[in-house]
Design a protein around this ligand. Structure first.
Ligand code: G5P
Ligand code: MG
Length: 219
């Protein structure tokens, strides 16, 4: 089922590996949204060795945030390309400065916040495999690829992310606590954020569709 969503501007928040990409791909299918993932776009630039890719590579590999000025310029330009479509933003904003700028450029309608315990996250990143060109993501035992090490749709090689090494994951979770949690308060202040708790994406997913379907009925 795909539901008409006009020009809905949606945001998905959550700690590293909380399932933002996984839930986003389901939302894209169900609601026909354009998925705009800051992390996927940056990894694509790194892979293609563009000027931006060279500039941001060490930040991503070490699990640190790319500076706000670089990120804001990049994402504001990316969002212009989808301004006539309903979109789902994943990974941006990640600081209050970014949230504030986004709000001035393009206020969002709905913020979905995934709440997954850190011990679950630490366990699952060990088994993550990604297809870089598409951003498709797999997890051994959860959504295992049909052929180990290969993307289901293209058959191309899967790889593990440099920032999924234990020391980078630790850094990413620390940064999430200090820099990104205040973004939740920013959207609480706007009255548009809703928390979705669970240990698995399958547990969280029906709660999100109930919420979205109800909201869309009212629009
Ligand atoms: P990203 O790319 O935005 P993160 O750290 O926010 O990276 P990440 O790691 O992409 O988030 P996710 O999208 O929340 O995680 O989660 P996912 O990929 O869907 O799921 C994680 C794994 O768990 C997958 O293998 C999936 O299959 C599996 N999984 C999902 N659900 C379940 C389940 O129920 N059970 C099990 N067993 N497995 C499951 O950002 C990366 C970097 O880019 C830079 C920063 O350097 C950042 O560290 N960056 C920015 N810097 C500054 N400002 C910004 N706005 C930036 N945006 C990106
Ligand atoms: Mg992701």
């Amino acid at each position: 089922m795909q539901i008409k969503t006009k020009l809905l501007k949606t945001l998905i928040l959550g700690a590293p590996a909380s399932g933002k990409g996984t839930i986003s791909s389901r939302l894209v299918k169900r609601y026909g949204l354009e998925h705009v993932s800051s992390g996927d776009k940056l990894r694509d630039h790194i892979e293609k060795q563009t000027d931006l890719g060279k500039k941001v590579k060490s930040y991503l590999n070490e699990g640190k945030l790319v500076p706000d000025d670089v990120m804001i310029n990049f994402m504001v330009t990316e969002l212009k390309q989808v301004e006539n479509k309903p979109w789902l933003l994943d990974g941006f904003p990640r600081t209050v400065t970014q949230a504030d700028t986004l709000w001035k450029v393009k206020p969002v309608d709905i913020v979905l916040n995934l709440v997954v315990p850190f011990e679950v996250i630490i366990d699952r990143v060990k088994n993550r495999w990604v297809h870089l060109p598409s951003g498709r993501v797999y997890n051994i035992g959860f959504n295992t690829p049909k052929v180990m090490g290969k993307d289901d749709e293209t058959g191309e090689a899967l790889m593990q992310r440099a920032d999924d090494k234990p020391e980078a994951v630790k850094k990413r979770l620390e940064i999430y606590e200090s820099m990104t949690k205040p973004v939740i308060d920013f959207y609480k202040g706007k009255g548009i954020i809703k928390n979705f708790e669970g240990r698995t994406s399958d547990e969280i997913w029906p709660k999100i569709t109930d919420y979205m379907d109800n909201l869309l009925k009212k629009t």
